[in-house]
Design a protein around this ligand. Structure first.
Ligand code: NDP
Ligand code: 8X3
Length: 252
């Protein structure tokens, strides 16, 4: 029986790499994001390997989240795997200089958006008495670093929600896991630095950062364990990174 996965933030980075890997393994896909053009590209490419349905919505808009999920055609409506991946950092500033709009974007997207999507998908998992939720946290949800304040808080919330989901969904036979990456080379820093691509590039210079495909590979491993096996929590660093603030870069 083929599985169906629902991936938020599939238009870029970790979510996109996961969608490609899942497609190669013939997992049916519901891929989500805000950028219509990117969703169109995904539909074209991924449907060479598997059945694909795209949903365009902003996870911050609760009405849009629920109506998007309710609009799923019958053949995509039973979700086996939810990858709660959509999210970003917006800005990197001391708390006293933080932007209210950036704070709203992070709390509304990374925390409330993840909750809305989970709430919308859960009835189908509960009805099936099975399912798998993978929450993409961050090392920023394990360790606060200077200027990371609200992004770190949003990822600490993801860490807590992952634990809460595990407790509450245990009675419904639903598996729940979190993966917490360190530095992954994606559009993440472009978004954090608001399109300052030069600054974004420097984040990944002088060492080998994790690639989106590395995390996709781990997500695929986690969701393909036998049903009685759940990996609760995984922290993944590039080898050059020892903590949020200790990173060994080449000297030249
Ligand atoms: P990218 O910027 O490459 O991808 C982010 C994805 O999230 C995009 O597909 C984007 O799609 C989607 N997204 C963002 N905001 C919204 C929103 N409001 N509504 C709907 N979709 C949204 O970054 P990554 O792949 O690196 O990030 C994926 C996850 O991994 C995030 O949760 C991030 O916090 C986490 N992470 C990233 C790390 C890194 O170093 N890169 C490390 C640790 C964790 P679109 O713009 O089309 O809406
Ligand atoms: C992304 C990794 O170190 O920029 O969550 O917070 S970090």
């Amino acid at each position: 029986m083929s599985l169906t996965a629902f991936i938020t933030g599939a238009t870029s980075g970790i979510g996109k790499a996961t969608a490609y890997l899942f497609a190669k393994h013939q997992i049916k896909l519901v891929v989500c994001g805000r950028r219509t053009e990117k969703l169109k590209e995904l539909q074209e490419e991924l449907s060479k390997h598997t059945a694909v349905h795209t949903l365009q919505f902003d996870v911050r808009n609760k009405e849009d989240v629920f109506s998007a999920v309710a609009s799923l055609p019958k053949e995509f409506a039973s979700i086996d795997i939810l990858i709660n991946n959509a999210g970003n950092a917006h800005g990197l500033s001391p708390i006293q200089e933080g932007s209210l709009d950036d704070w709203d974007a992070m709390i509304d997207g990374n925390v409330k958006g993840l909750l809305y999507v989970t709430k919308a998908i859960l009835p189908s998992m509960i009805a099936q008495n099975s399912g798998f939720i993978v929450n993409i946290g961050s090392i920023a949800g394990k360790e606060v670093y200077a200027n990371g304040n609200v992004y770190c808080a949003s990822k600490f919330a993801v860490n807590a929600l992952n634990k809460g989901m595990r407790l509450d969904l245990n009675q419904h036979n639903i598996r729940v896991s979190a993966i917490h990456p360190g530095l992954v080379e994606t559009e993440f820093s472009d978004v954090r630095f608001k399109g300052d691509t030069e600054r974004a590039k420097t984040v990944y210079q002088g060492y080998k950062a994790l690639q989106a495909e590395d995390i996709a590979d781990i997500i695929h491993f986690v969701v393909t364990r036998p049903y009685h096996v759940t990996i609760e929590d995984l922290i993944v660093y590039p080898t050059a990174q020892a903590s949020a603030t200790i990173l060994r870069k080449d000297e030249n």
